[in-house]
Write a protein that binds this ligand. Structure first.
Ligand code: ADP
Ligand code: MG
Length: 700
């Protein structure tokens, strides 16, 4: 029977129903096509042999040549263990097997020359190699099929059933030649040439069985490109369809409110980046198509005023706006900031949160409905069904990643036409990720901070030097500054986290006693009103130290606060640390961020601290974060289905992503419906993918 990509693996020679079951369950391989796309995760150069004296623990896998000179079976409580001494002319190393001791012992021929393949471990200054692969040199020499050998990932259970890397490779040797004839090129020549892509058939063969380093690299490039190309093709298409289909309000005027505010009320000159972004947004809102735009700007880059100017354009065109923030504190602060900025202007601005009193709430609801309220600021309360706008023209969402895409839709449903949507985020997202996550959005970047900001000085201190940190805080307070001390609060360890917070608060209270010093505290267990009072006390400069859990993470603006002490900093992720640090450095004074940690740090944590100390650049930090955590984690599980990539890596393959996106854009510009004959391969592959992966449609 001819094997096709859709054929169940069961029917591949040497598999059968039982082994197929293991492949399905353990490795997610159902069809021959799945197997074909099960690519090696790395390649081993089989032509290279190491000497035992050259071993070091950094080596992933090594190949050695030598003899087994002794073996010992060790009986313990469980199954017996086998150790052996393997040596070449440079030295010897211990081999260990924890399973199958009897069988291995009987099959090894002492004194014969072997090729060994395995991963060296360093334990108490001695190297050992657990579960090495051993092959008689003579067999090895007769079987060698190419210098580069693909390594396939597997699971313990699959390995036990014979599907370790070698077992999978054996299957590939049967599969690839069988399937090769059914693989046809799908890209037009021109595309292959422009991006130096090798032929498809060649790529499938070489990715499993490369005949040289160069061929391997070319095959990997092709496969990554193809994968990202189809991802981008879907995103770009979704975006085009959306812009075409979704009509939006046309804000043709920039009128009195905008101009008056700009001339008489704006307290500073906008940065060039702010001006550019406003221009981009203005243009978008004037086209008659629906705007869906993301504004990325590091903490303190001045996104709020950009949002305000856009809301004024909406008012100039007879529309209402809303601004949604993730927390009540932040919404309140936005309300205060904007009210101050708008002071003396005939603009009605109101605040609606979960704790707005009923009478006031009703009044606000009425004002929104009859159009007398122009700007509504709030939290989730904004998108409750009872909130009916007369004509919502622009919805600004601050810190979008806390809301998720779902809520964007809720906002849409409020009018006949959807309001323009402006999403603002201070968590810079690496470009590759932005292109994927927000492939259907336009992105503006405020890549410039207002002038006169001094870079925040960041340092890392161990808990043991707390006394000197307290001394520094005292110095700063004496100089008139204020200090944040932030504690982690994580759901799983809430109890101990609160204890740490309260302990910390107490020791600070002893070190900085009343009446000389005032300390505020804000945490999630306090009533909203109490939080508000404490925040306000700090904002007004009435308290010197703000002890808080991460509730202050986003948005809060107290320019006189110049020191941020982050306790247990090793427990925070990079983007959170960066957000927290962004709370200081808002005034004219030199600001400081002090990362307190325990003495023992994991490598990851150390790298996070180093990165924070090295740079203030949110984009650079985001890149490191992406490399440390991987894209799935950053985007949350919600969108991770999209990132079900087989070979491309968003953290590393930015170049490929750029090329693939460009290729997708070019193609759709030339042939939006993929109707041209040279694009039929692409069209067909796309429809297969859409059919097989319902979750891909979620992105549009
Ligand atoms: P973020 O982008 O983090 O939301 P904000 O909008 O809160 O930043 O702005 C941070 C601070 O910078 C605010 O105090 C704001 O008034 C000020 N600011 C914004 N734009 C400018 C500018 N062009 N020149 C000077 N100060 C500015
Ligand atoms: Mg902000």
């Amino acid at each position: 029977m001819a094997v096709l990509p859709e054929t169940s693996v069961e029917f591949l020679k040497g598999v059968g129903p039982q082994r197929a079951d293991t492949l399905k369950r353990e490795l997610g391989i159902f069809t021959c096509g799945d197997l074909l796309h099960f690519f090696p995760y790395r390649y081993i150069d089989r032509s290279k042999f190491f000497k035992i004296s050259e071993l070091n623990s950094e080596m992933p896998y090594v190949q050695l040549r030598g003899k087994v000179i002794s073996m010992q079976e060790i009986q313990g409580k469980g199954p017996s263990r086998l150790t052996a001494v393997f040596s070449d002319d440079s030295g010897s190393v211990e081999l260990i097997w924890f399973q199958g001791a009897k069988f291995i012992k009987s099959s090894i021929k002492p004194g014969q020359e072997y090729v060994l393949f395995g991963k060296p471990n360093l334990f108490r200054d001695k190297y050992s190699i657990p579960h090495p692969e051993l092959e008689l040199l003579s067999t090895y020499q007769s079987g060698i099929k190419g210098n580069l050998q693909g390594m396939y990932s597997s699971t313990e259970k699959a390995s036990a059933k014979g599907f370790n890397s070698k077992g999978i490779e054996k299957l590939m040797r049967i599969l690839v030649p069988e399937l090769l004839s059914s693989i046809t090129e799908i890209f037009p020549d021109e595309l292959l040439k422009r991006y130096s892509l090798p032929e498809r058939k060649f790529a499938y063969e070489q990715i499993h069985f490369p005949t040289s380093h160069e061929n391997m690299n070319r095959a990997v490039w092709r496969m990554k490109f193809e994968e990202l190309f189809f991802l981008q093709l879907q995103l770009v298409r979704a975006k085009i369809t959306q812009t075409k289909k979704t009509k939006g309000f046309s804000f043709s005027e920039v009128g009195e409110m905008f101009n008056r505010f700009y001339k008489d009320h704006l307290p500073f000159e906008l940065t060039n980046a702010q001006k550019r972004v406003i221009k981009e947004i203005r243009k978008d809102m004037g086209t008659g198509a629906h705007m869906n735009r993301l504004v990325q700007g590091d903490v303190g880059s001045g996104k709020t005023v950009v949002a305000l100017l856009c809301m004024l354009i909406a008012i100039d065109n007879g529309f209402q706006s809303c601004l949604m923030a993730p927390t009540e504190i932040l919404a309140t602060q936005h309300y205060q900031t904007l009210s101050e900025l708008l002071f003396g202007m005939p603009v009605q601005i109101r605040l609606l949160t979960g704790s707005t009193k009923t009478s006031e709430r009703n009044e606000i609801h009425a004002g929104i409905k009859d159009g007398s309220v122009h700007i509504l600021i709030g939290t989730h309360a904004l998108i409750e069904p009872v909130v009916q706008f007369k004509n919502l023209g622009l919805a600004v969402i601050d810190e979008q990643h806390r809301f998720g895409v779902e809520q964007r839709f809720k906002l849409w449903k409020k009018n006949a036409l959807p309001p323009h949507v402006l999403v603002m985020t201070a968590t810079p997202i690496p470009r590759t990720l932005a292109m994927t996550l927000y492939g259907d959005l336009d992105v503006s970047v405020i890549d410039e901070l207002p002038p006169g900001r001094k870079a925040i000085k960041t340092s890392h201190r161990f808990d043991s030097s707390r006394i000197s940190v307290f001394g520094f805080m005292e110095e700063q307070i004496k100089a008139g500054r204020q200090v944040y001390v932030v504690y982690p609060l994580i759901e799983e360890s809430e109890k101990t986290d609160y204890k740490d917070l309260m302990d910390g608060y107490q020791s600070l209270s002893r070190r900085f006693p009343l009446p000389e010093y005032q300390i505020s505290i804000v945490h999630g267990r306090m009533a909203p009103h109490a939080k508000e009072v404490e925040m306000q006390r700090f904002a007004d400069g009435k308290s010197h130290i703000m002890v808080a859990t991460t509730v202050i993470e986003v948005g809060v603006n107290v320019p006189n606060a110049s020191v941020m002490v982050i306790e247990s900093a090793e427990r925070f992720g990079l983007s959170q640390l960066h957000q927290l640090r962004g709370r200081v450095g808002r005034g004219a004074d030199q600001s400081y961020c002090i990362l307190m940690t325990g003495n023992k740090l994991s490598n990851d944590a150390r790298l996070r601290m180093e990165t924070m100390c090295r740079t203030n650049d949110g984009f650079e930090i985001a890149e490191v974060d992406l490399k440390l955590r991987g894209p799935g984690d950053i985007m949350g599980t919600q969108q991770s289905g999209m990132l079900d990539l087989k070979i491309a890596d968003l953290a590393k393959d930015g170049d490929v992503m750029n090329a693939a996106r460009q290729a997708a854009i070019d193609l759709l510009e030339k042939d939006p419906d993929l109707g041209q004959s040279s694009h039929q391969g692409i069209r067909q592959r796309l429809s297969e993918m859409l059919k097989n992966r319902p979750n891909w449609s979620r992105i549009s």
